[in-house]
Design a protein around this ligand. Structure first.
Ligand SMILES: NC(=O)c1ccc[n+]([C@@H]2O[C@H](COP(=O)([O-])OP(=O)(O)OC[C@H]3O[C@@H](n4cnc5c(N)ncnc54)[C@H](O)[C@@H]3O)[C@@H](O)[C@H]2O)c1
Length: 683
């Protein structure tokens, strides 16, 4: 009896009044639902999957739950444990409303709930925060158990989470992380989408994207900022826009108004340009329109390009959503000879056959199904036929973009695996060398041309914080404090970020937790974090949690994205991301995560991130100084060893400024001209 009362699974999962199974929630019909993920298990494996899920369930309920789990497996291809969804809708409440024995335990609960808030999450019922399939954890049993453990967590314990499964609370030390997580890490032989799909259907692996499974998502603001910086730098590099200019009168065409892609509409307006964004899912369009992130909507392309011309003339910024397939949008543009300066794509090509890409000729419902109407999509009913349609569509999509590039448009791959998917679909000429894709593709990736050399090599990346009090006043105070730490004259990056922060309140970017993002290098991040910790210490604001996206100089090894501008051959390795993760653990970050496939899909990246709770203590000041520096400089050092010019300069300066504290190795650079003849020389 006493064992029953203390069993965390019973206390986490069962109804406290009846000690029975919780009553299932009525499903809100207006929420988007994840598509069926495919029937990938044979009968024996299905039983194994159900048996795996039953590990969370006390034995007396196995008959009932085995049937429910079987039904979920058949209708969704995964077991989510819908019955265990909380009755109260998750949202980031002020931290003090959470139960817990330490502030870190409460803060992490807040971050998780923010990732699952229906205003923030893409498919809240399936625990998907963003990016088509990036989950907080695999199922609602895990969610409840994680919350329970976080309520119990003491500051001398560490919660270990493996692919969403909380393994337990382990004794550690005050200066250890409170939560260490991994997501979707697979053994090499099985490290591909098929291997993952089977493991996920068996309930033993989670795809966490980046901050979905790393619990540091802050809604689309994070990505608005990154997109704003990218579009602005694209204008500078490709169109010769001056450092203090903007994109007025220039047209940017792209796709996607989903989790991250939705930011494009807002970002292009902040950058002063004209954006036309195709989206097949009406729900996403109307969500962004209600938020005020997309201004005009139409399914008629001649109306849309009439608007474009008006705004070109007035040089006013505008965002326009096309209700339809991006391939049809490009077709119109090519056929009508529309002048387009900048182009990209943000369909979820990292999961191109798994719901991320709707092929031309199919509506969203025909492709993915419509659970509200009880309709199954082709992806579920005819997987092979669906793949054929996707491949055909991708090839047409590519052909139209290629035509526009020949006419003078500048296109870049937005880190969504678009070019890789086109290659896999059969358009081999998209690779520079069709026999060796490690040599890259014919269009630049935003990382090779823009973000790599102009941002990441210099150590700049997405620093963010969340005011755990949930108060707008705290956010305003922290904004002002961060602004006081920045010098807009130091560099173009500093100026962009200074301007961004100055207008951030006015641009009403908060969705969910009271969060702010900006790009800073190691020094800037440390300065701001110390200042915020001081505000907490002085009682000016409540506690703050800082962190970053994994999309950063050091956190992610991803040859098609974050490390695409690393050209010494080491872009196929994942040593940096793993070292970054290990170093952050050693330096006592609050929450540390390492995941597989963030941004680009399973097997294509290893990515990690952290969260650190600022409680005002001197202990945290020390962690800020050592861990934030490490987290950035591990990336800059590796980039410098890869002979990236910007990084070599940053490391040189670091060595000068820190001669007493440490040293980072710098490369000797060989003379290419001398090397050229080496292999053919006869002497
Ligand atoms: N913006 C960035 O810096 C960045 C960073 C990381 C990753 N990405 C990548 O960008 C992609 C998009 O991310 P997300 O979070 O927005 O995913 P998402 O799945 O939430 O959104 C993609 C949207 O594209 C729409 N779509 C799919 N096929 C379409 C088609 N043919 N025509 C028009 N619309 C179509 C979908 O309906 C969906 O709303 C992902 O692959 C992600 O990994 C981008």
């Amino acid at each position: 009896m006493s064992e029953k009362r203390t069993d965390p699974l019973r206390t986490a999962l069962l109804d406290p009044l009846t000690n029975g199974l919780p009553i299932p929630n009525a499903m809100e019909r207006s929420f988007d639902r994840a598509p069926h993920r495919g029937d990938v298990l044979n009968d024996g494996e299905m039983l194994l999957s159900i048996k795996n899920a039953l590990r969370y369930i006390p034995n007396e309920f196995h008959d009932t739950m085995a049937k429910e789990f079987l039904d979920e497996l058949k209708t969704k291809g995964r077991i989510y444990g819908y019955r265990f969804m909380p009755h109260e809708r998750p949202s980031a409440g002020p931290f003090y409303r959470y139960n817990g024995r330490c502030i870190e335990g409460k803060a992490v609960q807040l971050m998780i709930d923010n990732n699952l808030d229906p205003d923030v999450a893409l498919f809240p019922y399936e625990l998907v925060t963003y990016g088509s399939n990036g989950q907080v954890c695999q199922n609602w049993m895990q969610y409840r158990l994680i919350k329970r453990y976080l309520e119990e967590l003491r500051d001398d314990q560490t919660l270990v989470v493996m692919s969403g499964h909380p393994l337990g609370l382990f004794p550690s030390r005050k200066d250890s992380p409170r939560v260490i997580m991994t997501n979707g890490l697979l053994i090499g032989e099985f490290d591909d989408q098929d291997g993952f799909n089977k493991a996920a259907a068996l309930g033993v692996s989670n795809y966490g994207q980046m901050t979905a499974g790393g619990w540091m998502y802050i809604g689309p603001q994070g990505i608005v900022h990154g997109t704003y910086i990218t579009i602005l730098n694209a204008g500078r590099k490709y169109l010769g826009i001056p450092d203090d200019g903007n994109l007025k009168g220039r047209l940017f065409i792209t796709s996607g108004l989903g989790g991250m892609s939705g930011a494009q509409a807002k970002a292009v307006e902040i950058a002063g340009g004209i954006g036309v964004i195709a989206e097949v899912n009406d729900r996403q369009i109307f969500k962004r329109q209600a938020q005020g992130w997309v201004k005009l909507v139409s399914d008629d392309l001649s109306t849309i390009f009439g608007w474009v011309e008006e705004y070109r003339r007035s040089e006013e910024p505008i965002s326009i959503a096309f209700r339809g397939n991006v391939v049809d949008l490009w077709k119109y543009v090519v056929e009508n000879n529309v002048q387009v300066e900048l182009g990209s794509d943000q369909t979820s090509c990292h999961a191109v056959y798994d719901g991320g890409y709707t092929p031309q000729g199919s509506t969203y419902a025909e492709a993915m199904g419509d659970p509200e109407k009880g309709l199954k999509g082709m992806m579920e009913t005819d997987r092979e036929g669906f793949k054929t349609l996707v491949d055909r569509s991708l090839k047409v999509h590519y052909g139209l973009i290629k035509e526009m590039v020949e006419r003078g448009m500048h296109f870049w791959d937005y880190g969504n695996s678009f070019m890789r998917s086109v290659f896999q679909a059969g358009a081999k000429d998209i690779a520079k060398n069709p026999d060796d894709t490690s040599q890259g593709f014919i269009f630049p990736s935003y990382m090779e041309d823009l973000m790599g050399p102009m941002v990441f090599d210099l150590g700049f990346g997405p620093f963010r914080w969340v005011c755990l009090s949930g108060k707008d006043e705290d956010l305003a105070l922290t904004d002002a404090a961060a602004l006081s730490c920045m010098d807009p004259e130091r560099s173009a990056q500093d100026r962009d970020n200074y301007n961004w922060l100055k207008d951030a309140g006015k641009n009403a970017l908060v969705v969910g937790s009271k969060a702010r993002i900006l790009y800073q290098d190691a020094y800037g991040r440390i300065r701001i974090a110390l200042k915020l910790n001081e505000l907490v210490r002085n009682g000016d604001v409540g506690p703050v949690m800082i962190g970053r996206d994994h999309h950063d100089p050091g956190g992610t090894d991803s040859p098609y994205r974050e490390t695409a501008n690393i050209k010494d051959g080491s872009n196929v390795t994942a040593d940096m991301a793993v070292q970054c993760f290990a170093g952050n653990i050693a330096r006592g970050m609050t929450m540390v995560v390492l995941s597989n496939g963030g941004g680009v899909g399973i097997g294509r990246s290893i990515n990690g991130g952290y969260g650190l709770v600022l409680d005002g203590s001197k202990r945290v000041d020390d962690i800020i100084r050592s861990a934030l520096e490490w987290d950035v400089m591990v990336g800059v050092s590796r980039r410098s060893w890869a002979r990236n010019e910007g990084s070599i300069k940053v490391v040189g300066n670091w060595n000068k400024d820190n001669a007493e504290r440490g040293h980072i190795i710098l490369p000797y650079r060989a003379d290419d001209e001398k090397l050229k003849g080496l292999l053919t020389r006869k002497d």
